[in-house]
Design a protein around this ligand. Structure first.
Ligand code: NAG
Ligand code: NAG
Ligand code: NAG
Ligand code: NAG
Ligand code: NAG
Ligand code: NAG
Ligand code: NAG
Ligand code: NAG
Ligand code: NAG
Ligand code: NAG
Ligand code: NAG
Ligand code: NAG
Length: 749
């Protein structure tokens, strides 16, 4: 009995051992075959990362594979950042011991195989930064042990499956930067372990579900740049664990924030609400938000005064531009005084509000880390505090379009890191301080529309990085220092509306990057230099209202990018060069009130009567009918073309043709070269490239300084020497187009 039973037991044991080992055998062979199936769908492996996936090595030794010690089954598949291209084989679903998958930062395409749903032990699924498309397989919810789902930075589509709500272990759900649509399913509120919900940069629609208020462990809630609307559910303000709340940029959320927000959310470090339609006051409890690092709420309808921020010792960024804050009253800027305690302050951007009052002298006590200070488009008056010179790390300083008076303090010369300096449209007086020569990084200087006087300091010519120099509409006198024409980086020079004298020197031809040159309404004299023909990027040339004389140089006709040419109100004479007929992009050609003579051209741009202005030139004749010029009399014509007319005609036609074809060739080569340069510089850095004329962008910047600063923050960077706008990484083309459209830019893809 005993022996037979022990025999029986032994038999069972033996049987089960055999069974177990064949099972194991089958198991690890399955893993090997599954991995090989995965390898077979990898199209490109530039680093040879999978070379070790061969028969000489056991698959547990293959690169990126970790096996469980006991079972010799694959538990980890880690192929991150290997530039692998291909698709994910459904066979991955046979690796039934798999716990961790990380194939982030590769070039996988195709779908996430639904067979992943068979991986009962899966805990981490990291597929970030590939080009996966298709939808999230709802069966992913069968992997009930999932802790981490990271599929951001792909091209996934469809809705978030409501089934994901059953993943009670899930701590991280990162689906940002895809093309997901539809509503956020209410079931997401069932993810009771969730720490991070990152879903920004998608096309999610509808309101934020109330159920999110049940995410008792949530630390990061990122929903920016979707199509969400409605109000923030009150339950959200109960999520006391929140440290980052990002609802900003391009949603259409509205409503006001509860006054006690910073008390119910005491751990908040970053709150991002930009570009929505929030209204009402900034919550008064912000005064107690001692953990806050950044408050970003630009481009909303917030109103009222800004509460004291004196307890926000950790604050680094305050972005409240383009709201309805302030009353125009003297105390509006008190919050600035309270910022001196923020010892790590980097950015204050509060432009385009209704702030009145004076800039407190105490801004000189701000953190030395401050790099950005923008208060443009308000109603601030008084002088620029001299103490501004203490903020030696400032890169952007903008007070444009206020009522700032007094002189520009010399101490500004201490801001050696200054790159962007906007003071246009104020009531500044005095001279441009010669201490500007210290600002060696300065790239943009807007001083237009003030009451500045005196001469242009020669030291401006030392600023080798200067891209924009706008001194328009002041009362600046004297000649333009010749040194200015030695700054080849310049894109825009605007001296219009001053009392400048002297000639426009031939050295202007050195400014080969120039897109805008405006010297209108001064007292310049002499000839328009023919060397301007070298400024082949010119889009706008204005010499209106001076005392220029002589003829229009032929070379102007080679400036194929010209959109606006205004030579009116001068003493120019002679024929209108036929070469101007080539300027196909011209929208305005104003030659009025000069002494031009002879036949007006009729071809090319001259056919477009709405673009041409030629009145006040009594000796002009011909032209299109719309111009209503007198008819050319034959003898006049004959006088100027006497004798062997045909020969001369022939010679001039031939030489004109020759000239035009040379020109065409030159222009063609230029464009080709430019085209070649553009994409090659970008493809190497793997940035999406958009080319917008720098000038266009500057125009937009001038109109919407706040928005442009925001754009910079949203990672559109403008690289002046390259003349293109790069969208770094993740601002999608779609978003950019939205922004470009809003700014009236014409992006060239
Ligand atoms: C499968 O596992 C067994 C036991 O661990 C081992 O002896 C055998 O070599 C493995 N087979 C393969 C194909 O790896
Ligand atoms: C298999 O991979 C290993 C490690 O990369 C390598 O040393 C070996 O030569 C390979 N064997 C074959 C047959 O390719
Ligand atoms: C997965 O890969 C990414 C990209 O290389 C890396 O940042 C991340 O830390 C990896 N995850 C784990 C858990 O190792
Ligand atoms: C592995 O998975 C694929 C696709 O899911 C399936 O067709 C195949 O039969 C499986 N192979 C094994 C050995 O289980
Ligand atoms: C997921 O679970 C459902 C229901 O339990 C089952 O019908 C389905 O086959 C499973 N799918 C996968 C891929 O695991
Ligand atoms: C994905 O790419 C972005 C941008 O390049 C990067 O910031 C992020 O760290 C990457 N994610 C992972 C997990 O490597
Ligand atoms: C999950 O959430 C949905 C919607 O909020 C709810 O109807 C359902 O009962 C929840 N399920 C569980 C298991 O909590
Ligand atoms: C917030 O939490 C408190 C206490 O836990 C609760 O009484 C209240 O109903 C909650 N409010 C919302 C809107 O969920
Ligand atoms: C934003 O709200 C204001 C009123 O508060 C309303 O007039 C406006 O139409 C709203 N804008 C959008 C885009 O919803
Ligand atoms: C700076 O903080 C201290 C201590 O919290 C406080 O007493 C002081 O009033 C603050 N200063 C300003 C200017 O708000
Ligand atoms: C120019 O910079 C130097 C070095 O930082 C500084 O000492 C000097 O005061 C500055 N000059 C003016 C006029 O601000
Ligand atoms: C401009 O300056 C000149 C001389 O410096 C002065 O005579 C004139 O009144 C000023 N004009 C204005 C409008 O300030």
């Amino acid at each position: 009995m005993l022996s037979s039973s022990s025999f029986y037991m032994r038999f069972i044991l033996l049987f089960s051992v055999i069974g177990l080992s064949t099972c194991l055998m089958r198991g690890n062979e399955t893993d090997r075959l599954s991995l090989l199936a995965c390898k077979s769908l990898i199209r490109d492996d530039p680093f040879g990362a999978l070379d070790s996936w061969n028969d000489t090595l056991h698959f547990c030794e293959w690169r990126g594979i970790t096996c469980g010690r006991r079972h010799q089954r694959v538990t980890v598949l880690d192929l991150q950042s290997l530039k692998l291209a291909g698709t994910i084989a459904p066979h991955i679903g046979n690796l039934s011991f798999l716990r961790i998958v990380n194939i982030s930062n590769n070039e996988f395409t195709g779908e996430i195989p639904p067979a992943i749903g068979y991986l009962k032990r899966l805990q981490m699924l990291e597929l970030f930064n590939n080009s996966l498309n298709g939808a999230i397989p709802p069966y992913l919810s069968n992997c009930s042990g999932l802790i981490f789902i990271g599929i951001g930075g792909n091209q996934l589509v469809g809705e978030i499956p409501k089934e994901l709500g059953s993943l009670t272990e899930l701590q991280y759900l990162g689906i940002h930067r895809n093309h997901f649509i539809g509503k956020i399913p209410a079931s997401i509120g069932n993810l009771s372990s969730l720490n991070v919900l990152s879903a920004a940069y998608n096309g999610l629609y509808g309101s934020i579900p109330d159920s999110l208020g049940r995410l008792k462990h949530i630390r990061f809630l990122g929903l920016s740049s979707n199509n969400l609307f409605g109000t923030i559910p009150l339950s959200t303000f109960n999520l006391s664990t929140l440290t980052i709340l990002d609802l900003g940029a391009n949603n259409e959320l509205r409503g006001s924030l509860p006054p006690d927000l910073f008390i119910t959310l005491p751990n908040l470090q970053h709150i991002v609400l930009g570009s929505n339609n929030f209204s009402g006051p900034i919550p008064t409890s912000i005064s107690n938000a001692s953990n806050l690092l950044s408050f970003q709420a630009p481009t909303n309808q917030f109103s009222g005064s800004v509460p004291s921020l004196s307890k926000l010792h950790k604050l680094q960024q305050l972005y409240i531009g383009a709201n309805c804050l302030g009353t125009g009253g003297a105390n509006d800027l008190n919050f600035l005084r309270s910022l001196v305690n923020a010892t790590g302050l980097r950015s204050v951007a509060a432009g385009a509000n209704y702030f009145g009052g004076k800039l407190p002298e105490t801004i000189g006590n701000f953190s030395m880390d401050l790099t950005e200070f923008s208060m443009a488009n308000n109603q601030i008056y008084g002088e620029i505090p001299c103490a501004i010179g203490n903020l030696v790390n400032l890169e952007l300083f903008s007070l444009s379009n206020n009522q700032i008076s007094g002189i520009i303090p010399r101490s500004l010369g201490k801001l050696q890191k200054l790159v962007n300096w906007y003071l246009h449209q104020n009531q500044l007086t005095g001279r441009i301080p010669s201490s500007v020569d210290n600002l060696t990084q300065l790239s943009i200087l807007y001083l237009g529309t003030n009451f500045m006087e005196g001469k242009i300091p020669t030291s401006l010519g030392m600023l080798q990085r200067l891209v924009v120099l706008d001194l328009s509409n002041n009362n600046i006198t004297g000649p333009v220092p010749i040194e200015i024409f030695g700054l080849p980086s310049l894109y825009a020079l605007d001296f219009s509306g001053n009392n400048l004298v002297g000639i426009l020197p031939f050295q202007v031809g050195n400014l080969i990057n120039l897109e805008v040159l405006n010297v209108s309404d001064n007292q310049f004299l002499g000839n328009i230099p023919a060397t301007l023909g070298a400024c082949i990027r010119l889009e706008e040339l204005g010499t209106r209202g001076n005392r220029f004389q002589g003829t229009i140089p032929q070379s102007i006709g080679s400036l194929m990018g010209l959109e606006k040419l205004d030579l009116s109100l001068n003493n120019l004479s002679g024929d209108i060069p036929r070469s101007l007929e080539n300027l196909n992009l011209l929208q305005i050609l104003n030659l009025s009130y000069n002494h031009f003579e002879g036949m007006a051209p009729v071809n090319g741009v001259f056919k477009n009567a709405s673009a041409i202005f030629m009145i006040g030139n009594n000796k002009l004749c011909g032209g299109t009918d719309e111009l209503h010029l007198p008819k050319c009399r034959f003898n006049e014509y004959k006088k100027r073309n006497p004798k062997n007319l045909t020969l001369r005609l022939a010679v001039s036609i031939v030489s004109a043709l020759l000239g035009v074809s040379m020109l065409a060739l030159f222009v063609f080569l230029y464009w080709v070269k430019k085209k070649e340069r553009g994409p090659s510089s970008s493809s190497s850095t793997n940035m999406s490239l958009l080319s917008v004329s720098y000038h266009t962008l500057l125009k937009a910047a001038c109109r919407h300084p706040i928005l442009i600063h925001q754009l910079q923050r949203d990672k559109i960077v403008i690289l002046p020497p390259v003349r293109e706008v790069f969208l770094i990484n993740y601002l999608s083309i779609h978003d950019f187009l939205k922004i470009a459209n809003f700014l009236n830019l014409t992006p060239i893809l």
